[in-house]
Structures are given as structure tokens and as C-alpha cells.
Design a protein around this ligand. Structure first.
Ligand SMILES: [Zn+2]
Length: 173
């Protein structure tokens, strides 16, 4: 059927894109280059991303290969291997941003809760936080963090909903 044909075509395209991105990341790692710093400088690893918010210190984007709808990444732009390398001031900056985005995901996408995860594996790691929404009726707990990755659907819509909620939060006190 046409619909199924289209869906499987999209899935193939997504697998190909993800394969290319992972290959590029591995290549940069072999060269001793941090792929997140490299992407922040050149935009050549992830390509066009759905940016929700950006300033000098943080970039907030939808994960290109989300585990759940609204899977969002908060990147602290200066290279820090993991949270133990943050000064208290930096920690304040980045966690305050995470809190704002969590609130915006709840408000904008109707998430019941938002899980926060930071992984610091591998030789070259660049601190980032993964925000994984849980919606009413979703399975709770750790399984939410390891759902299979899939193609990003309705990305611009989701990014816009979070962005709009973030702007409301920013309004005059
Ligand atoms: Zn880096």
C-alpha cells in the first residue's frame, strides 16, 4: 500500500542518515576530535537541527534520533567531559536551563514527567543532558530511557511547542 511504502521509504532514509551520522562520529573520535565541539563549530555532524533555544553557553535541540517523542538535548557549549568538570556557576547556568526546558516540555507537549539523563562514556565525551518526556499512560521507569530510537516525526511542530512554552516562562516577572 502507498502509505506503507512511504513509511518504509522514510524508515530506510532515516536508517541511512543515522548510519552516516554514527560513521562520522566514529571517524572524528578516531581523529581525537570531540564531535559535539566539531558540530557546534561547523554544523557538519548532525546537519540541520531543530533548535529550540540557543545562546552563548547552551544549545537546546530535539534529538535527531529520538527514543521518545520530544526527546531533547541540552548541550553545554564549552567543552566539559562530564558534570564533575563544571564550576558551581556553570552548573547553575546549565541546570537552570534544564529546569526551564523540562517545564516547557511539560507545558508545550503535555508530558507528565521529564527524565533527565547525562551519559559520560567513551574517550572523548562532551557534557550534554538528555531530557526524555513521559506522557500520561506511558510505561514508567528505566525502560523509558532505553526505548528503540526512531525517526523524528513532527519535529518542527514539537520544537515550536517547546519554544513557545519556554518564551512564556521567560516573560516579565
Ligand atoms: Zn566538546
Amino acid at each position: 500500500m502507498a502509505e506503507e511504502g512511504r513509511a518504509s521509504g522514510e524508515l530506510e532514509g532515516w536508517k541511512r542518515d543515522r548510519g552516516r551520522t554514527l560513521e562520522r562520529i566514529e571517524q572524528l573520535k578516531r581523529e581525537g576530535v570531540c564531535y559535539i565541539c566539531h558540530d557546534l563549530e561547523t554544523g557538519t555532524v548532525f546537519g540541520q537541527q531543530d533548535v529550540i533555544y540557543e545562546d552563548d553557553l547552551v544549545r537546546v535541540v530535539l534529538d535527531a534520533f529520538p527514543r521518545v517523542e520530544g526527546h531533547t538535548i541540552v548541550v553545554y557549549k564549552p567543552h566539559r567531559d562530564d558534570i564533575s568538570y563544571l564550576s558551581e556557576e556553570e552548573a547553575g547556568t546549565v541546570f537552570a536551563m534544564c529546569v526551564r526546558v523540562v517545564k516547557a516540555i511539560k507545558e508545550g507537549l503535555g508530558a507528565e514527567k521529564v527524565y533527565l539523563l547525562t551519559m559520560c562514556d567513551g574517550k572523548i565525551n562532551h557534557l550534554n543532558f538528555q531530557l526524555l518526556p513521559r506522557y500520561p499512560g506511558n510505561v514508567m521507569g528505566y525502560r523509558r530511557l532505553s526505548m528503540a530510537r526512531r525517526a523524528l516525526a513532527d519535529a518542527e511542530e514539537a520544537a515550536e511547542a517547546i519554544r513557545a512554552a519556554l518564551e512564556v516562562d521567560e516573560g516579565p516577572a
